[in-house]
Design a protein around this ligand. Structure first.
Ligand SMILES: *Cc1c(COP(=O)(O)O)cnc(C)c1O
Length: 326
């Protein structure tokens, strides 16, 4: 494939940034008691999944590496975004994919192949070593000039890009809601809010209550997901609470809800698929069952249960990911 090489700056200029902040008026029980907004990171680019752009943004930059290595599953939004970016920018990309899709490539893998990405399929045991020092050292020796990027693009650098997303929100808000898998996106949101003292408390509120950040766990991981988030945030920000569904949210910095994973990562029982299909035929934008579908389901459920303070201004981050649903 002949690739059209672009400079990073030219590429960035082609993106829809800041992403739109769209008022959202679902006809859901309880929705009239609050103000809902959707931060449309899914609209940043038709191919690059929203939060994956945020997480990769500062990996690229002045010193573009000549090669990169990264990891993911067969439907990975991260590998898809990375593959497209590397193709556009002329960076050699090697990816390590869990499972053998050699004879049954997913649409994601077919795109990677089209973009000239080098693919290595590994079994689960090998994939498990993706964060081990020795394994990474061997990989680095094999690709001496390559920058190795962790699964999901989740590294400290990713938080800077997520902060840009929060900084773009130009309304006063009470709560931000986003799906959680590796935790870097949620950690980036928490850090962005806590790093700016003006952000820490809602300007609108005379009671000066704290902003809350609510993560929706998309996989089974009570305790585990919190620890993933905590590893990315300074200890002073690490305060969190566990909230049971149905109770009003306490004035907390952040928490993760574990009632909406639907059995685990990428598990999509019929009621979730039906919710997404119905949503996509009636709402002004689309969701998918792995991330955004669970997040919007959670919002609907929490609204019905009266989990939000009346008049709250709630920003739901649409992290993209529609390619994974193909
Ligand atoms: C990867 C991904 C997430 C999860 O983000 P983390 O930073 O890994 O928690 C959420 N939504 C979409 C669409 C994703 O692709």
């Amino acid at each position: 494939m002949g690739s059209v090489l672009q400079s990073f700056d030219a590429f960035q200029t082609s993106l829809t940034l800041p992403s739109p902040l769209q008022p959202f008026y679902p006809n859901w029980c309880g929705a009239d008691k609050v103000s809902l907004f959707v931060k449309r990171d899914d609209a940043i680019h038709p191919i690059i999944s929203g939060n994956k752009w945020r997480k990769l943004r500062y990996v690229y930059g002045d010193n573009l590496p000549s090669a990169m290595v990264s990891f993911g599953g067969g439907y990975s939004n991260h590998l898809h975004a990375l593959g497209y970016l590397c193709h556009q920018l002329g960076v050699t990309l090697n990816v390590i994919i869990r499972g053998n899709y050699h004879n049954t490539p997913t649409p994601m893998i077919t795109d990677l192949t089209k973009w000239g990405v080098h693919i290595q399929y590994v079994d689960r045991a090998t994939y498990k070593k993706r964060n081990c020092r020795n394994y990474l050292a061997t990989l680095q020796a094999k690709h001496p000039h390559a920058l190795i990027i962790p699964e999901g693009g989740s590294q400290t650098l990713a938080l800077e890009g997520v902060k840009d997303m929060v900084d773009e929100i130009d309304i006063d808000f009470d709560t931000v809601i986003a799906p959680v898998a590796s935790g870097a996106t949620l950690a980036g949101i928490i850090n962005a809010i806590n790093s700016n003292p003006m952000n820490r408390r809602s300007q609108r509120s005379n009671s000066g209550h704290l902003h809350s950040v609510i993560g929706i766990g998309v996989l089974k991981g009570e305790g585990y997901l919190e620890s993933l988030v905590e590893q990315f945030i300074p200890a002073s920000n690490a305060k969190h609470c566990k909230v049971q569904s149905g109770t009003a949210l306490p004035l907390s910095d952040w928490c993760i809800k574990h009632d909406y994973h639907f059995g685990g990562y990428a598990k999509a029982p019929p009621e979730l698929t039906a919710f997404c299909n119905d949503f996509n035929s009636t709402m002004p934008f689309d969701i998918e069952p792995v991330y955004s579908g669970k997040a919007f389901w959670a919002v609907k459920d929490m609204l019905a249960k009266g989990s939000f303070r009346e008049q709250s201004r709630i920003v739901i981050v649409h992290t993209g990911g529609l390619q994974g649903a193909r």
